[in-house]
Design a protein around this ligand. Structure first.
Ligand code: GCB
Length: 641
């Protein structure tokens, strides 16, 4: 009960925090310095019965090692699988992190001109941050960044040593995203006193920790707080519309220049709002749709201002891709050309580090995606790291950007409290990713119980809000509901549907796939006349397990399921099916269950990124699709990769 009480009270505080200001990716420039705090932090999980000892004893007031034993914990990483302690693997409640850092003297000398910001790329799920014992921020939700201006605290402090304490709680409630529930098991003949478990209705392990980089960065005290760009083109003229938000003063001037990759300035402007015109623009194209995919311009924004009698300059450079996105009754158009999604669903998931950002894994995954001929992925089932999104922009990998609304299976998940939080999460996601050319559509949820009556108002509201914040991108959510009873589908631009024929239903009966898939598509299209993406399909296979004729869990069965689905996609893609995203790119960890063998094995790659037989089926198919497409450039070669 106590655990619920502490979290409940904090979530209420969280509600009051209004979303304000920008969330530009931290970048070094002539006016901004950056210090990464990745590496070893001190760590302690609060195993006290009520999980509240850290608050009662105020562990943030002095170095963590003084209030009890600490262990080393890497950041970024999930804490779950880094020790041999099963209790830490399945821990639910508050954990504490701490790092002491020396700040450069130049950051502290002039409070009138220098601002110091602490930014956390993501921490799951509820986070409170103190600097030198003073609370500087709190944030609800994993997968999205948050930051705090800590100038006053560090600049008033006794010296350059700055102690950062982070308390993080992975408890999920019916109103968090994703939702979950703590179940207290009171039968003392079966469970120890106070025993509880955390139940979730989503199919991935609830890894927790500081999952993405923590950085400190500086800006001048008058600074570029946010930039919004939208792009268009007609004939041989590209247009970049911009809006710049400045904080710290109302007396400033802004100038902007748009540079090509090679450095040449192609357009200039000034003021907070305007339009830059580019003659003969190099458009941003998806991978395999052009010989030079992912072309980025660089928008350099320069701010000049006066503060405390001094002249200040702030510089920020934003990568910009010029492209358009449109949806018709049967097509998805990028730059006016039909785009067919042949891609994957992923997870941020790996051995040992869980959901912690890992550059080697990121690079390996992008190499595998390009080897596969995949042109797109969905960020199932939560926003991925900015570092990943940067590479999507640069390589031309198209993204359906999904928020962490997964496992919303109960009536309780559709009330006003959940809705209010869902709207905030969409705001945070769009604030972070709005300028990314790779993001072509928002997904507001995965497989909610959209057949429930409250889902109608709920999704109408979430989707309208999303469109109001970003009118330039289509919006969807991913459904596994019956087409005739789905209350959210009327509001989406593209129907995204998941199905597992011959797996969860008619298990072992490959022969029914084509009929059932055909019926699925026809029902949805006749009802809505909107383009359809098969947003999940697949089967589990244990790498190295063989059986012919194909039996479930063998590599042969996995291949056969895919091939049956593909034969129907090939007919329907000539009509209104605009994409196919395999479930899943790689095997991944889940909660323990009788249907999961050390996790979900629907990956076409193993968790260690080795291809199963299904990967080769998909590779042949994706390259064939790419080569068939009218706009693929002849210089793109399958075997070059
Ligand atoms: C789904 C879910 C996904 C699961 C997958 C499965 O429909 O969207 O999160 O992992 O099925 O393998 O059951």
């Amino acid at each position: 009960m106590a655990l619920r009480g502490v979290l409940g009270a904090l979530l209420l505080c969280g509600r009051a925090l209004a979303l304000s200001g920008g969330m530009l990716s931290p970048r070094e420039s002539a006016s901004r310095e950056l210090k990464e705090l990745n590496g070893i932090w001190s760590f302690r999980a609060d195993f006290s019965e009520r999980r509240d000892q850290g608050f009662v004893q105020q562990w943030y007031r002095q170095p963590l090692r003084q209030s009890g034993p600490v262990i080393d914990m890497p950041v970024p990483a999930s804490f779950n699988e880094l020790t041999q302690d099963p209790n830490l693997r399945q821990y639910v409640g508050w954990v504490w992190y701490e790092r002491e850092v020396l700040l450069p003297r130049s950051w502290l000398l002039n409070a009138l001109t220098t601002r110091v910001v602490l930014r956390v790329g993501s921490a799951h799920y509820y986070t409170i941050v103190w600097v030198n014992g003073v609370q500087v921020t709190e944030h609800e939700g994993g997968h999205l960044p948050f930051e705090a201006d800590i100038s006053r605290i560090v600049q008033a402090g006794p010296g350059a040593l700055c102690r950062i304490t982070v308390a993080l709680n992975n408890t999920l409630t019916p109103h968090t995203l994703p939702p979950g529930a703590i179940q207290f098991l009171a039968d003392e003949s079966k469970y120890p006193k106070g025993y509880f478990v955390q139940n979730t209705k989503f199919d991935f392990f609830n890894y927790a920790g500081i999952h993405r980089p923590v950085v400190l960065y500086t800006t001048p005290t008058v600074y570029i707080d946010d930039i919004t760009v939208t792009t268009a083109w007609t004939g041989n003229i590209g247009v970049v519309r911009y809006q710049v938000l400045v904080a710290g003063s109302t007396h400033y001037s802004l100038s902007l220049s748009l540079r090509e990759k090679e450095g040449k300035v192609v357009a200039t402007g000034n003021g907070t709002v305007g339009e830059l015109k580019v003659v003969d623009p190099k458009l941003w194209w998806p991978y395999l749709m052009h010989e030079n995919p992912g072309y980025l311009y660089y928008l350099e924004v320069t701010l000049l201002a006066q503060a405390g009698g001094e002249s200040l300059e702030d510089l920020y450079t934003l990568p910009v891709g010029i492209r358009t996105v449109h949806v018709t009754r049967s097509q998805f158009l990028i730059n006016g050309q039909p785009f067919y999604f042949h891609g994957v669903n992923k997870h941020e998931d790996a051995d040992i580090r869980g959901k912690g950002l890992d550059w080697s894994l990121i690079v390996k995954d992008f190499n595998l995606l390009r080897w596969l001929g995949a042109n797109s992925f969905r960020t199932s089932h939560y926003p991925y790291a900015e570092e990943i999104m940067d590479l999507c922009d640069a390589y031309g990998i198209v993204v359906i950007d999904e928020c962490p609304a997964v496992g919303m299976r109960d009536q309780e998940n559709f009330g006003n409290k959940s809705l209010a939080h869902h709207l905030t999460v969409m705001e945070e996601l769009i604030r972070r990713d709005k300028n990314r050319p790779s993001v072509v559509m928002w997904s507001v949820a995965n497989e909610p119980a959209s057949e429930l009556t409250p889902a109608a108002y709920y999704f109408k509201t979430v989707i309208a809000h999303t469109k109001a914040i970003d009118p330039t991108r289509p919006v969807t959510f991913v459904s596994n509901a019956n087409y005739a009873h789905d209350h959210g589908a009327p509001y989406v631009d593209v129907i995204c549907v998941n199905s597992y024929f011959s797996w969860y239903h008619d298990s072992g009966h490959l022969e029914v796939i084509q009929l059932q898939l055909n019926t699925q598509f026809e029902n949805w299209y006749e009802t809505y006349q909107k383009p359809i993406i098969q947003s999940e399909y697949g089967a589990d296979s244990i790498a190295g397990l063989h059986n012919d004729p194909p039996l479930m869990f063998s590599e042969e069965y996995h291949k056969a399921v895919l091939q049956k689905y593909h034969s129907v996609f090939d007919k329907k893609r000539k009509e209104y099916v605009i994409g196919e995203l395999i479930w899943n790119f790689a095997d991944f960890m889940t909660a323990q269950a009788v249907i999961r063998v050390l996790g979900n094995k629907k990956g076409i790659f193993t968790r260690q990124r080795q291809p199963k037989a299904a990967a080769f089926i998909l590779r042949d198919r994706y390259w064939k699709l790419a080569n068939e497409s009218s706009c693929i450039h002849p210089t793109v070669k399958y075997y070059n990769l």
